[in-house]
Design a protein around this ligand. Structure first.
Ligand code: FAD
Length: 275
């Protein structure tokens, strides 16, 4: 199977984590990703780690995308960060609103990702390839599914080049989302975000919080395996490989893997797919 792929990492918190991530990246580079992206803590909390990891990826000769969230940020601060990223040679951003931890006053000069996309375009022209987030199963804070779709269209029209989705295990939601966005004039490529299944309780907890649905049959099968991590991983590999196969057959533009800073689960899927 030939399909562009990309990998997502989060910035490590410790020197040991940074060393481990270097090894993980080298293992994944074998699959020749189009780019690797690094998440960004809302409020700029991980800026140093994000930019540092992005710099390492670039130095390793791989194209890197910095995630960039705007909640709580000022225009002057964002301008400065964009200048830093430009000077580092970064050409790709994943532009997000982000979520502030509870108890954090919102403040800031940006309300939505669409404001950030418009600001980046106004400040830096076409320098950056801008990705935005898409939610085939609807963002958890959206007023309605229609309002969320409209918000997606607005941020694409503000100047995004492409989108990466929240992960999903129900491909119909993705196909419907892409069709509906097209009808509203948002025709940029929408790359499915793929979350390997390796740990049942973590996945179920995380999915509830981020608006991704784990279908009943998957949830029950995972719960049925209890602590049997070998069975969970084997089942997860089957399910996610089938999903990727289906998406590939339907002609998706690429696949973006949420690596969770681990190489083996993503590599296993790539191997099964013959990528
Ligand atoms: P937006 O597109 O601004 O949407 C946020 C909410 O506001 C939605 O409910 C939308 O419907 C609504 N909305 C948008 N515009 C309007 C409007 N004009 N009027 C009314 N309502 C509106 N988080 C991080 O902190 N760091 C990361 O690195 C990170 N990376 C991510 C990568 C991907 C691929 C994805 C899918 C998510 C990522 N997230 C990350 C999570 C993301 O920040 C959260 O989901 C956040 O709650 C929304 O960000 P957004 O950019 O999608 O926001």
């Amino acid at each position: 199977m030939t399909l562009p792929i990309s990998f997502e990492f989060f910035p490590p918190k410790t020197p040991e984590g940074a060393d481990k991530l270097r090894t993980v990246r080298q293992a994944l580079y074998v699959k020749k990703p189009e780019f690797c992206s690094v998440t960004f803590g809302a409020g700029g909390s991980t800026q140093e780690g994000t930019f540092g990891t992005v710099g390492e990826i670039l130095a390793e000769g791989v194209s890197a995308a910095s995630h960039f969230s705007c909640i709580g940020a000022t225009k002057a601060g964002v301008r400065e960060q964009l200048a830093t990223l430009k000077a580092m040679g970064v050409k790709r951003l994943v532009a997000l609103r982000g979520d502030l931890p509870s108890g954090y006053g919102a403040g800031g000069e940006f309300s939505y990702a669409s404001d950030l996309v418009a600001f980046i375009r106004a400040e830096t022209g076409d320098h950056f390839h801008i990705e935005v987030a898409a939610y085939p199963e609807v963002h958890p804070q959206a007023r309605s599914a229609d309002a969320d779709l409209q918000a997606y269209v607005t941020k694409v029209k503000a100047g995004a080049n492409s989108a990466i989705t929240q992960y999903f295990y129900n491909s119909d939601a993705y196909f419907r989302f892409v069709d509906d966005a097209h009808k509203l004039g948002a025709t940029v490529p929408v790359v499915p975000g793929i979350m390997p299944i390796t740990n049942s309780s973590q996945l179920l907890r995380f999915s509830d919080a981020c608006g991704a649905e784990v279908p009943r049959w998957i949830r029950l099968r995972l719960q049925g395996y209890g602590d049997d991590s070998t069975s969970i991983k084997a089942f997860g590999l089957d399910v996610v490989t089938d999903l990727c196969d289906q998406l590939h057959s339907a002609g998706v533009p690429a696949l973006h893997f949420y690596s969770m800073n681990q190489s083996l689960p993503t590599l296993a899927i790539c191997e099964r797919l013959g990528l």
